[in-house]
Design a protein around this ligand. Structure first.
Ligand code: PHE
Length: 460
């Protein structure tokens, strides 16, 4: 395949950065610390890393294989890989549907980060007390217009990049934003580790308390691993359609998983030392952790040096915005690709149509923090419902189905040829990978669900 085909990633680095861009996102910098904080820190992280290695990473490689085998059309990739078995055809719609669901609620939080970047830029944080931060966040997030506006701005930015196409939009965006993101993270970690009581934050992150381990922790750790690597929705299938034939899928998967885990841990190293630097603050503040607790911390700790407080806040929220954007781009692409290729809409129009749908659902999700607080389904508001549906249902079930598909339905020779680039790569881990997707991952994912549904209670 030629590198100058503008519907493919031009380079191997571009492919890795785009996939890493999808993986590294609010899931790392916002959701991971929130979940780790809520589940006692290190024990959660340990289980999360195990899920990453043995479940999420193999599913990621599986998605890569399905997508690249499909060659530029994710909707028919499943059918093609199964050798024409029509029963698996409907799986091609998975990315279309889940792209809309995930972007709709993700964009709400992404919008918050954009608003906070704006606030940081105009120095809106200085002189505020911790009560002000809490009250302002609640007032902002429950407002019926403001957060909807910022959500729409983020979706519009995403739309602009996706409309530019695979090379000029997605790949170039990742090549610019990912290195910047790393730079910001390193600066912020260095600052955070010099704060008073940074050791307590480190201990929270790295000293496990196993008494905290229960079924809900395990399910959350699995959900987080899948969410963080963007697997189970068909997002990486979509990107892998644009991979060149000489990309080493196993190696790329490993690189992306390493980058993603590293960014999550480094985010923990920014956030928890900061939280512990002020006596009395708790790491389990929940979702508002990075919107209430942190800006307050930045003001208090650097209170004596206002320009440092300004810089630290601005860098942190810019980091969040970039992380969110590289992920939201991949979410929009999942659905837009379908409208573009299968319904033959021009790419920009396809991106706009999907964006408008996401803005509508995103508005509902945003309102569930305010006016629609009491509108619930299965006991959850829209935002929580979308998050639960995506991270705790579609991702593991999608991952399970993909493992069964590639492990049991697809001809083994086809899979081997895809993973080893037609026998030109050695891929020594291939047998282990195949064992995991045939047995370990499906059984593991199933057991966790069964436990959650109470089917294993007789064992207790
Ligand atoms: N992995 C992304 C994050 O960590 C979220 C994501 C989920 C992106 C699903 C694409 C698809 O923020």
């Amino acid at each position: 395949m030629k590198g100058n085909n503008k519907n493919m990633f031009a380079s191997k680095v571009g492919a890795i950065l785009a996939a890493a861009g999808s993986a590294v996102g609010l899931g790392n910098v916002w959701r991971f610390p929130t979940e780790a904080g809520a589940h006692g820190g290190a024990a959660f992280i340990l289980i999360y890393v195990i899920f990453m290695m043995f479940f999420a990473l193999p599913v990621m490689i599986t998605e890569f294989a399905i997508g690249r085998h499909g060659g530029n059309d994710v909707t028919h990739a499943f059918e093609k890989m199964s050798g024409g078995k029509r029963g698996w055809r409907w799986m091609g719609l998975l990315p279309v549907v889940s792209g809309i669901f995930v972007l709709s609620y993700y964009a709400v939080v992404a919008g918050w980060t954009l608003f906070y970047t704006y606030e940081a830029l105009v120095d809106g944080f200085s002189g505020k007390s911790s009560e002000d931060f809490a009250a302002d966040f609640v007032a902002f997030s429950s407002d019926s217009l403001q957060p909807v506006f910022w959500m729409a701005v983020i979706v519009a930015m995403t739309c602009g990049i996706v409309a530019l196409g695979v090379q000029r939009g997605i790949e170039r965006g990742a090549k610019i934003m990912m290195p910047l993101l790393f730079l910001f993270i390193l600066v912020l970690v260095a600052c955070s580790l010099t704060l008073p009581n940074a050791g307590d934050g480190m201990r929270f992150l790295f000293h496990p308390d196993f008494s905290k381990v229960d079924g809900s922790l395990v399910l959350s750790a699995m959900g987080q691993a899948f969410f963080s690597l963007s697997v189970g929705l068909g997002c990486l299938c979509t990107y892998a359609c644009y991979f060149r034939k000489d990309v080493d899928l196993m190696k790329d998967g490993q690189s992306v998983a390493c980058i993603d885990t590293l960014v999550a841990l480094l985010s923990g190293l920014i956030i928890f030392p900061a939280v512990y630097s002020i006596p009395g603050l708790q790491p389990d503040a929940g979702p508002p952790l990075v919107f209430i607790t942190l800006p307050n911390v930045f003001q208090q700790v650097f209170g004596g040096v206002p320009w440092l407080a300004y810089l630290f806040s601005l860098l942190f929220y810019l980091l969040l915005v970039m992380a969110a954007l590289t992920s939201s781009i991949s979410m929009l692409e999942m659905s837009a690709a379908y409208f573009h290729k299968n319904l033959r809409l021009p790419r920009p129009l396809a991106a706009v149509v999907v964006s408008l749908v996401c803005m509508l659902f995103g508005t509902f999700c945003s309102w569930s923090f305010g006016d629609w607080r009491d509108v619930t389904l299965f006991g959850m508001g829209f935002f929580d419902l979308f998050d639960f549906f995506v991270a705790k249902l579609i991702m593991p079930i999608g991952g399970l189905l993909m493992c069964i598909f590639v492990g049991w339905v697809v001809d083994e020779r086809v899979l081997r040829a895809e993973i080893t680039n037609n026998g030109t790569l050695r891929s020594p881990l291939y047998p282990l990978y195949r064992f995991i997707i045939r047995y370990l991952a499906p059984v593991g994912i199933f057991l966790i669900f069964a436990n959650e549904l109470g089917l294993l209670d007789f064992l207790k």
